[in-house]
Design a binder for this molecule. Structure first.
Ligand SMILES: Nc1ncnc2c1ncn2[C@@H]1O[C@H](COP(=O)(O)OP(=O)(O)OP(=O)(O)O)[C@@H](O)[C@H]1O
Length: 308
């Protein structure tokens, strides 16, 4: 049986009479990189705060690394790392001093601390910046330092809340390579993101909307099981065509991408290309292809985003 790092069952979190998390059940296998995808305000950060014991659930069972949360939050604190949305580094301290400070919070003795700092400086490419004050660093450098600080104490489980929102594509790529290194060493990672390409990198993923999980599984499985065919149409007057298509009950959603229209057509239409050509005379000679589904298509299908 797969060992679970996180098992949360029927979790509800209310703020006064507003329900931020509604009956969420989540199982994250050990060693897995698990993505949390969803629109702003859907409850991703709240769920992380519940899992880390920072917020108590209104109801439901939460078990993290074999500990019952929130009751055993203090014991959990030493086993997890948490990188919040905003860089929680000290601007007036240097790279090295930030790491020292975090290590001391986690109770490391000075010998272990020196050893870990040297190691982390190398792993995260910060050696040349060790005396640099955080205030003068770029977004990518701060992000590397945040990850170095969050992993100072070798946590078994790492929570990352939108870790790459302030960095460029190259830094994002490098960051994900580092996450896979950590995963290979056995660290379980729960990461929230708005980026579809990042979500596709996760071993498993949950898509949240309005405090509920709308879909979860491996990215490939979610793409396979979404119940629509993805069709790309190359034709003139795409804006007018889009309006006509959206009036058809067979069409789940449409989105223009440059000179083509991406159309999601429910799978009960047996031959979607033929259906388009015969239903819309202006498409009888148009170039129409079946396309590979993307995670963005899944997102559109399981959330309200496609209901234009
Ligand atoms: N302490 C709080 N008191 C009241 N409402 C809150 C509190 N924390 C969060 N909320 C509300 O709960 C909902 C979920 O917020 P949360 O921050 O978890 O969303 P999110 O999915 O992380 O959003 P984003 O992607 O923008 O970070 C929002 O409507 C938010 O306003």
């Amino acid at each position: 049986m797969t060992q679970l790092a996180i098992e949360a069952v029927n979790v509800v979190k209310k703020f006064a009479d507003f329900t931020a998390i509604e009956n969420v059940t989540l199982r994250v296998p050990k060693g897995c990189i698990y993505g949390f995808l969803g629109p702003n305000g859907c409850g991703k950060s709240t769920m992380i705060r519940v899992l880390t014991g920072l917020l108590s659930p209104t109801s439901g069972e939460v078990n993290v690394l074999g500990l019952s949360i929130p009751k055993q939050t203090e014991a959990l604190r030493l086993k997890i790392g948490y990188m919040t949305q905003k860089f929680s580094l000290y601007d007036d301290l240097s790279v090295e001093e930030n790491m020292q400070f975090i290590g001391q919070i986690f109770g490391m003795n000075s010998k272990l601390l020196r050893h870990r700092i040297e190691k982390q400086l190398i792993i995260y490419g910060l050696d040349a910046l060790r005396k640099q004050r955080v205030a003068g660093m770029s977004g990518g450098q701060k992000q590397r330092l945040s990850l170095a600080c969050a992993t100072m104490h070798n946590p078994e489980l790492l929570f990352l809340d939108e870790p790459t929102s302030a960095v460029d594509p190259q830094n994002r790529r490098d960051f994900w390579e580092q996450l896979f290194d950590l995963s290979e060493q056995g660290t379980t990672i729960l990461v929230t993101t708005h980026y579809m390409d990042e979500a596709e990198r996760c071993h498993r993923l949950a898509i949240m909307e309005s405090g509920q999980i709308r879909a979860d599984g491996e990215p490939e499985m979610l793409m396979r099981d979404m119940g629509v065919n993805v069709i790309e149409v190359y034709a003139p007057n795409l804006r007018a065509l889009k309006l006509k298509l959206m009036a058809c009950k067979q069409v789940r959603s449409t989105a223009q991408q440059g000179v083509r229209l991406r159309v999601l057509i429910f799978q009960d239409v047996i031959d979607p290309i033929e259906w388009l050509k015969t239903t819309f005379t202006e498409l009888s000679h148009a170039e129409i292809n079946l396309a590979r589904p993307s995670l963005e298509d899944v997102f559109v299908c399981v959330t309200g985003e496609g209901r234009q």
